[in-house]
Design a protein around this ligand. Sequence first.
Ligand SMILES: Nc1nc2c(c(=O)[nH]1)N[C@H]1C(S)=C(S)[C@@H](COP(=O)(O)OP(=O)(O)OC[C@H]3O[C@@H](n4cnc5c(=O)[nH]c(N)nc54)[C@H](O)[C@@H]3O)O[C@H]1N2
Ligand SMILES: Nc1nc2c(c(=O)[nH]1)N[C@H]1C(S)=C(S)[C@@H](COP(=O)(O)OP(=O)(O)OC[C@H]3O[C@@H](n4cnc5c(=O)[nH]c(N)nc54)[C@H](O)[C@@H]3O)O[C@H]1N2
Ligand code: SF4
Ligand SMILES: [Mo]
Length: 747
Amino acid sequence: MIDQNEDTTTDASCRRGLFRQHDGPLTADLLLRPGGFGLGQLPVRHLPDATTPVTCGYCSTGCSLTVHLQHGQAVGLSPTVDYPVNLGMACPKGWEALSALSATDRATTPLLRDRQGRCKELDWPTALQTFCTRMQAIQRQYGPDSVAFLGTGQIATEELAFLGSLAKFGMGMLHGDGNTRQCMATSVVAYKQSFGFDAPPYTYDDFEQSDVIVLVGSNLCIAHPILWQRICRNPHQPRIIVIDPRKTETAMSATIHLPLQPKSDLVLFYGLARILIENGWIDREFIEGHTNGFEEFSGHVAEFTLERVVAATGIEAATLQRVARCLHEGQRVSFWWTMGVNQSYEGVRTAQSIINLALMTGNIGRPGTGANSITGQCNAMGSRLFANTTNLLGGRDFQDEGHRRHVAEILEIDPHRIPDRPSWAYDQIIEGILRDKIKGLWVVATNPAHSWINQHMVRDVLSRLDFLVVQDMYTTTETAQRADLLLPAAGWGEKSGTFINSERRIGLIKKVARAPGQALADFSILRLLADAWGCGLMFRRWTSPEAVFQLLKELSRGQPCDFTGIADYRMLDERGGIQWPRPAAGGDDHPQRRLFEDGRFYHADGRARFLFDRPQPMPERPSEQYPMLLLTGRGTASQWHTQTRTGKSPVLRKLYPRDIYLEINPTDARRIGVKPGQRVVVRSQRGQLVARAFVTYSVRPGQVFLPMHYESTNRLTLAHFDSHSRQPSYKNCAVTVLPWETADGSE
Ligand SMILES: Nc1nc2c(c(=O)[nH]1)N[C@H]1C(S)=C(S)[C@@H](COP(=O)(O)OP(=O)(O)OC[C@H]3O[C@@H](n4cnc5c(=O)[nH]c(N)nc54)[C@H](O)[C@@H]3O)O[C@H]1N2
Ligand SMILES: Nc1nc2c(c(=O)[nH]1)N[C@H]1C(S)=C(S)[C@@H](COP(=O)(O)OP(=O)(O)OC[C@H]3O[C@@H](n4cnc5c(=O)[nH]c(N)nc54)[C@H](O)[C@@H]3O)O[C@H]1N2
Ligand code: SF4
Ligand SMILES: [Mo]
């Protein structure tokens, strides 16, 4: 029998010295020993009442929450006052973070589904054996690449590295991707191509130092409320320019709101670049000293005349001029973008058109400036660097023999265990299932049967698998309900490790509560699977999250993300998180650090690149039959993604509508005869749903908006992708909206 309290071994040492560090390695033997780690032996149980800071497990802001403990168990929390990220603030999700742990649908024991769909409880040894027997049988029959994994940006970096390394080096898989593809792939590719490495250059203090702040496709008030608070603290009375087709909460607070036509961003930014160049409002010295490709770029944007930009974006010429002047007059201009840019069929070039504006005006590497992609999930950045999916560990290249040898040496493994080809991307894995190339899938901490684009296809695809394993905290997620084998996972607060936030700050998570029943930390599940699979020896040094942290440090050495100067978890805890780079030599722990202060980028010649392309037409434009354009995104600050966690808090549930709603302009509502609160049918070529009409001027005529938090939204979306990053373009497809009464509105 395995005892869930195995995590006692991994409790982080904390600032106030309350958690004792377990000295010995975490072995399968320890986990499996009957009664080996009973609750009675938990060191935390003997502790006096106390508090300890833990990095929040929801969004990429990476706030610190001070957890209040009684008898070593969390009983409440409050925002940490002296943490450089949130300065004593937290959003509703943070305040309610503990409520997700005590839900009644927690997965407490492994479950196996039989052919009739009935679930049977398994003990851990049988579950591990089942995983290995079934996956290995598939690999024998169809080849090693017929088994793949889908990971996440919501587990600890140490767990992400373990998952990616076990799957690829230990189990011989080639294909594995993460939900970060849905979210960050565009920024990753844009930064790599423009700067030479995937590196968001900013520090949150830049929000407070700018005198012009440009937010593109980012609803900061909802999606990163504490970062919005950082803007509110800016003492320079910044001009705030919000570029979003909708008049969002963020746009309502803007100095200038540009309600551009969806997906016309590329034309807009090329047009703004042309105005800046024509007026001589550019930083020649910076361009000449630190960049390549400006002359070609300058030639390219010359075609983007005022008339052309006005026609494409719907923004008046005078407003465009005003924005350009604002960018010119600002001494410290910062550009920030999120999903309105990344989730687009030409997202990479759009992100680069923003980067180009920062480069040509010299707004980079100085306080209050930057071309800044804001990340989404709590550990999106950890996933980008260490998930071993698109990059080899530490931002390296699978196809580079030198890189493979170097990683193999550090990990003390045979270099031939490291694949020399890149993995398929998420959409290719899904398609691979359709083409019978992938027969076994292992899904960890993500819920694709709700979140992936075009559910009509996804659900069919998942049902074609020979074996679907889902590793999740809950039994009821849309994906868990389709699993052949469900592995019960501990969640945030029930395990330890590190996250990397948007400003590259490495922060600690800690075990402050015991996971229910037999649920285990992902780290422990991976440890046990390694042994059961027969490759435990390869991971003999991967004994605890902190032991893996030490390996990751070595993997980061000499890379732009070098953090060899961070001694251990205790140092992270004492310093309030530390931003990379923090190399062993010459690093400092200044609480706010930005990149490119010396004007050197990561390309071999030290220069950043101007990259650009011809704008593409929207793949599915509104038509006679589907005359409206559907946008999707975050609904409220109290909802998180597929709601498996936020849906469990009675407090949060009061803060958002229970049922799905459609934001629709009063003109359109009148035209189709729909009153506020009435039911409507929203239909695309792929499916339909029923929603309540939320009649509001926040969306323009001809456009409607659905929050992504409700299961039905992705029934409508169109599976199309950015060609460079393969990120799904969730925010544009054609739909029709009809009153429910007249539309044969069965769901
Ligand atoms: N409360 C809450 N916070 C979250 C999350 C959550 O689920 N709930 N998720 C986290 C994650 S993983 C992420 S990735 C971030 C996402 O954070 P955001 O990107 O800020 O959120 P979204 O609502 O997806 O998209 C932002 C805006 O893009 C706009 N948009 C749509 N099309 C276009 C376009 O063509 N051009 C422009 N300029 N804008 C467009 C939409 O109208 C929307 O207001 O939020 C993080 N924070
Ligand atoms: N239409 C539309 N769709 C979208 C978007 C959009 O804007 N519009 N946005 C996209 C974006 S940016 C994102 S990031 C994705 C998010 O999509 P998902 O990643 O699918 O959404 P989550 O609900 O965060 O799923 C996380 C899962 O992990 C589980 N979990 C939580 N913690 C742990 C843990 O520690 N261990 C394990 N094993 N499991 C855990 C949760 O219970 C949940 O089932 O959605 C994308 N989908
Ligand atoms: S803003 Fe993000 S990190 Fe901060 S408390 Fe809210 S969800 Fe957590
Ligand atoms: Mo995301």
